[in-house]
Write a protein that binds this ligand. Structure first.
Ligand code: 6V0
Length: 306
């Protein structure tokens, strides 16, 4: 009898660094899913699938190379294909190159299973999620992006180092856009139900330096080793797990916010139907202005590709 799990997660672009890190994280996190690696670079896809399958012998998940058609019938389809940033290059620069790739991938996946959830990771993620939703024809709540989950994790790590509280007990988000227009939601940040900025260890902290550190981190990693993948690997695998297991966890993912009329990085509860609910985040005047800038940038980019 085969031990192939019932649920499947396809990773498109799985021959590359980010896709492989996500596939490996799914296996290492004990997600009971069949992980399908798909890439136009078939040899790279084969290599990653064989390597990751070696890690699966003691885990409930399995991993193999697959076709676009098989991926279209998966429960969760993760898109990591595309160009990545060069040292010093902003994420927004990737749009022209990655727009064509996303469009051709969506066409190759068709027919897409009507209950599938698509998780876009390729950059610029907020704009590409909008494009993926339009081209796939799936409902908006079934198409999301990894948004500012990774950036928010970096924020929580930084705040943990200052306050001495576990990052998992700090509720604080990077918001708006996964890119140069993201901002920190300081006024909504909480530790133990208390406003974060009232924590005694936060009183003498230069908030801008925390923000700058988070913004700079991806550039720093890319400059040092060419690309970032472990952090996003675990983030995307955790979102996929929420989609498969119907956990209703809240993540700052790219989701469609009716109030602002666009996809953006904003907290939402994620379950097996995709986005279950999004939340109204308390903002001060300065944060509201930054949100306006992020929304404007995302909407302008999306309109160009309609
Ligand atoms: P990579 O290692 O070059 O891998 C990209 C892969 O995509 C390669 O294996 C390509 O062969 C493959 N590919 C290209 N075109 C297609 C296609 N049409 N169909 C299938 N596969 C294709 O890049 P890396 O993995 O480092 O980055 C991938 C994407 O992730 C980039 O857009 C990054 O900017 C983005 N990231 C997003 C992050 C986030 O937080 N959202 C974080 C890190 C990187």
């Amino acid at each position: 009898m085969s031990r192939i799990p019932r649920n499947s997660v396809a990773v498109i672009g799985g021959g590359g660094n980010v896709g492989a890190a996500i596939a490996f994280s799914l296996i290492a996190k004990s997600v009971p899913a069949e992980v399908l690696i798909v890439d136009v670079a078939e040899k790279a896809a084969k290599g990653q699938a064989l390597d990751i399958s070696d890690a699966s012998f003691m885990m409930p998940g399995t991993c193999r190379q697959a076709t676009f058609q098989e991926a279209g019938q998966s429960d969760v389809i993760i898109i990591t294909a595309g160009a990545r940033q060069q040292p010093g290059e902003p994420r927004s620069n990737l749009i022209d190159r990655n727009y064509k790739i996303i469009k051709s991938i969506m066409d190759s996946l068709k027919p897409i299973k009507s209950t599938a959830k698509i998780l876009v990771v390729s950059n610029p993620v907020d704009v590409l999620t909008d494009i993926a939703q339009k081209v796939s024809g799936l409902p908006r709540e079934q198409v999301i992006g990894s948004g500012t989950y990774l950036d928010s994790g970096r924020l929580r790590n930084a705040l943990s180092n200052i306050t001495g509280v576990s990052p998992t007990s700090i509720h604080a988000y990077m918001l708006g856009e996964h890119g140069d227009n993201q901002f920190t939601g300081w006024s909504s940040a909480r530790i133990g139900g208390h406003p974060l900025l009232e924590h005694p260890k936060m009183h003498d902290i230069e908030l801008d330096s925390i923000y700058t550190g988070i913004q700079r981190k991806a550039y720093e990693i890319i400059d040092a080793k060419g690309s970032t993948y472990y952090g996003i690997g675990i983030c995307a695998a955790t979102i996929a797990e929420a989609l498969l297991n119907n956990t209703s966890q809240v993540f700052p993912v790219t989701n469609y916010i009716e109030k602002y009329g666009c996809y953006m990085s904003w907290p939402a509860a994620i379950g097996s139907d995709g986005v279950e609910q999004s939340f109204d985040v308390k903002l001060n005047d300065e944060e509201a202005k930054k949100l306006e800038t992020a929304v404007h940038a995302i909407r302008e980019a999306c309109e160009k590709y309609e």
